[in-house]
Design a protein around this ligand. Sequence first.
Ligand SMILES: C[C@H](N)C(=O)N[C@@H](Cc1c[nH]cn1)C(=O)O
Ligand SMILES: [Zn+2]
Ligand SMILES: [Zn+2]
Length: 511
Amino acid sequence: MPLFPLRRIASFAKPGHFISRFSSPTSFTPRRFYYGYISDSKMAPSLEPFFKHGAGLRKAVAIPSISAQDENRPDVVRMAQFLADELTALGAEVQQRPLGKQPGKEHLELPPVVIARYGNDKNKRTILVYGHYDVQPALKEDGWATEPFELTIDEKDRMYGRGSTDDKGPVLGWLNVIDAHRKAGVEFPVNLLCCFEGMEEYGSEGLDDFIQAEAKQFFKDTDAVCISDNYWLGTEKPCLTYGLRGCNYYSVSVEGPAQDLHSGVFGGSAHEPMTDLVNVLSKLVDAQGNILIPGLMDLVAPVTEEEKSLYGDISYTMENLHESLGSETGIHPNKERTLMARWRFPSLSIHGVEGAYSAPGAKTVIPAKVIGKFSIRTVPNMESADVNKLVFDHVQAEFAKLNSKNKLNVWLQHDGKWWVASPKHWNFSAASKAVEQVFGVAPDMTREGGSIPVTLTFEQATGKNVLLLPMGSSTDAAHSVNEKLDRRNYIEGTKLLGAYLHYVAEEPNSA
Ligand SMILES: C[C@H](N)C(=O)N[C@@H](Cc1c[nH]cn1)C(=O)O
Ligand SMILES: [Zn+2]
Ligand SMILES: [Zn+2]
């Protein structure tokens, strides 16, 4: 790896250099835009029209690419086109690959996978980066302080908007890195393959088969994989992530009456679906987070003494937990147990009920059919089929105890496997050096409580090491109201992705 690009990237890591031009709209001129230094003192509080991909994040957030809502499918497709156009303008070879019909919703076409290649030099390593361009649902009336699909920057440089941290900010981070190298005239250190999907928040429908099929085709040159789609443990210290929990997502429906009923007329004389459902849901998990499904915890691999010893050194405090919760309602008394609950043990969450009255005001209706939704985050060594059997048997058994004449159905909506990798690989060493360069600290090695279903697929299909390199922080509220990405994380995170690619280029092969 020639020294020159690394020197350039070292200066790129210092405040005030080219990435910071996107924080200085007032001093923007085309001449200075060309890799020009703009002093920090001129930083303006807003991200308005500066540098293409700062503006790009605003445009991306404005597209409500909600994969879970059928009516937003055209927006998801529009978002794919947006990314494809941006990548093409940056000089990448881009394809939008169809994935066919959505299983169970055959009237809907799955959104395309956007794949791209930037560089094709046999003497360079090839890094495959994955991200997703779909987002969770969001409505202003859910409690957002601002419009969810309008990037809004406050006085503390927090950039609010659905998808800002999960995962449009990180995806655009990769594009920013390409753009910055082109503008700076710095040779790109690796060949980059991109794989950006539009169904991650709905269980990555269709992507596994695509990755398997392309492993020896489009992805064949891959030397390592990097995914930026999770979060730091706190707000100050970056981390590298080597594990994820899996996710089995279930629906349970209860139905009886032919239509909704007047509760004054029929209350007390008919079995009520909502009452049955609430009873069944209450038998899944207790208030301390203990899963009540018999046999489920027996599937979990025992925690070793060596593993336990890793938790003490992680930079995390109960204050970090409280800050990201926005309250002091954590279950466990200390950081070790809290982190184990998040990374090492399964959890069961109840997400909502379809068909139940949820608008403000008092409506005295008995819903005729309700569908409860819950998911289980899985960990080693839980196999999806075993989990499903225990869940289905338990739900049916609890329903039977109610002696209700209603009808219950329970089914799996989607599942994704847990993943744990070895961080002793050049991919992780390169990222660790990049963190030290950009942030001046060694990263924590973490696992993540959330799920990225295709991580394991990439590992198995390519046979290569996978690294998770997060950009956002613990207070970003991904999936929640007021999701945000701090401008600092966006800027420094973009530098981190760029520095990582330079270290990848010079890191020796792992033993
Ligand atoms: C960690 C990642 N950014 C994420 O949010 N993943 C989702 C994936 C998922 C699984 N089932 C449905 N979506 C998550 O962990 O909820
Ligand atoms: Zn995500
Ligand atoms: Zn997500």
